[in-house]
Structures are given as C-alpha cells and as structure tokens.
Design a protein around this ligand. Sequence first.
Ligand SMILES: [Mn+2]
Length: 343
Amino acid sequence: MIIVLKPQCTEPQVKSFTESLMNDYNVKVNTWVGTQSTVLGLIGDTTSIDIDYIAAQDFVESVKRVQEPYKKANRKFHPDNTVITLPGGQKIGDGSLTLMAGPCSVECEAQICEVAERVKASGATFLRGGAFKPRTSPYAFQGLKAEGLELLKKAKAKTGLPIVTEIMSIAHIPLFEEEGVDIIQVGARNMQNFELLKALGKINKPILLKRGLSSTVEELLMSAEYIMAGGNDQVILCERGIRTYETYTRNTLDISAIPILKKLSHLPVVVDPSHAGGISWLVEPLAMAAVAAGADGLIIEVHNNPAKALSDGAQSLTPDQFDHIAAHILRSKEALSRLERAE
Ligand SMILES: [Mn+2]
C-alpha cells in the first residue's frame, strides 16, 4: 500500500502516523521524504487495513493498494489450482470439464428424475435444480422449497448424481445439510449477502458462488474471501453474465472474467451460459467460448419440456439438445487438452 501525504504534513505527524500503522497493522513502513510531499510504502499483510480510514485522515493526499485485498482466494499465496473432491470422488478443477445440468426449478418427481437420467447419459456429472427460487416477482413460482430438496434427493438416489442447489437464507443451512445437498449454490442476488457467506464459511461443503449481476471480479473474489475466512476453502466461482446496456441477451457473458479469475485466484471457475444468454440457442456457442477461455465446468439448464417450464423455459435445452451440445463440448475440451499436452 502506498500512502502519499499532503505537503503541509509536519514531521511529528508523519512520525506518529507511521508508528500507529506499524503498531495497529503489524506492517513495516518505508518513508520517502520528497521536496513536495512524503510517501509511505507499507510492507506486509495490508488486507485488514481499511483504505477509506487512511484516505479520511486530513494529512493524506492519496492512498493506493498494490496488493489485492483478498488473501485466501489469491493465487499469489496458493499457486496450485484448488481441486474440489466430493465424497463420491467427483472432482472439480482437476483439469477435466465438469458438466452440471438440470432444470431451473424442481417441479415434480417425474420431471427431476427424467431430466437427471437423461443428462447423466449425456455426460453430466452433477444435477442442478432449484428448490428455493429467487424470483424477480413475488407472484412468480417460488420453488417447491423443502419438497424440492426431497425430490432432488430421490433423483440422486436413482442416478448417483451429486446435487447442486441454491440457498437463500441462513435459516435453511441445517435443512440443506440434512438433505445431503452436495454443493450449495449462492445465487447472483445473494453474492454480497455477507451474513449468509459468513455462515457458509462455517460448514464443510463446497459452495458454488455466482457473480452478482453488477459485481466486479474483485467483489466476487472478496465474497469468496468471506466464505474462506470462516474456514471453508471449498469455493467454486461462477461467471453467469453481468448487466450491460445490451438488451438482446438476458445478461452479457463476461468471457474475460474466466482467464482473469484463473490468474488472480486458484479457485475453480464454472460458467453458466444459460442465465448469461437467456436464450437456448446461445447456450452452445457461449459454452464453447467458456471452455476455450479455460473454464473448469459448465452449469446448464435442461428441462424435459421447456415450453411448460415453471421458470426459465426460454433458455432451457431439451434433453436431446443437451445430449448433442454436451458431446460437442466434451469433444472440444478433449481437443484443447490434446493441444495443451502437445505444446
Ligand atoms: Mn434459472
């Protein structure tokens, strides 16, 4: 962290400020005294320093971070990729491509079981499905809630596919644990629900953390840091599109976020082309682009009858379409891996 002090800052002020920084934050301070102003260079772990507090001191001209404010999610302190291993042996982030697929909402036993069997046959290794649904309108279908989790459990018992499903409230954590949810998803709208993130930091289950629709990459990593700071290192980042001025698509898939997240962090990155594009025919090209950009996995909406889906029908693939697309994607991933090995 670099702090530039105002020219009128007196020597005793510099001295007492430097001492307080060293004592309060356990950092070393290098001081350069120039003709116009004095510059302080802080060396050590500055993650706990509140940059706004520093900027608010009346003798401080400007302050700049040179170190990222996140530590546990930072690749600098953890150069190797994090590989998440499920109790059933499934791995995320090990260099393979993880396919998570299933309906937006769990609607009934026949639907979730049929979709689960079909996506498994097409190469999916995780079943997604919403039981608690965050909907823009309070009058829209809100999900089957606890019953939805029961149905997911039945589909898991039939297919062996681990379950990914969204949590919206701290109060539901015990239920998600009891029902054996394998990966707990934090949706885009809850990415900065810090109390929920802190509570998820205390449990021993992988968390799929979706990027908020107006959040920066750094804000996503800070949210991951909340979970990790609580002791849960099993975080999967998810790029699902951000809001821009473009209205053709539901969101704009930020392809550049994938290599950026992989560079800044060691956590696996999963991409959601369904919610990004919002249109079923866009799923394949967006998924292909995500794989080429280095995504560790994809989470895709598949419904046995998209026209009758209770939510997100327009972006859902039929099981036949998913079968076709999954084959393309997995072949592309293989080709990319072959190229990498040859280099
Ligand atoms: Mn959805």
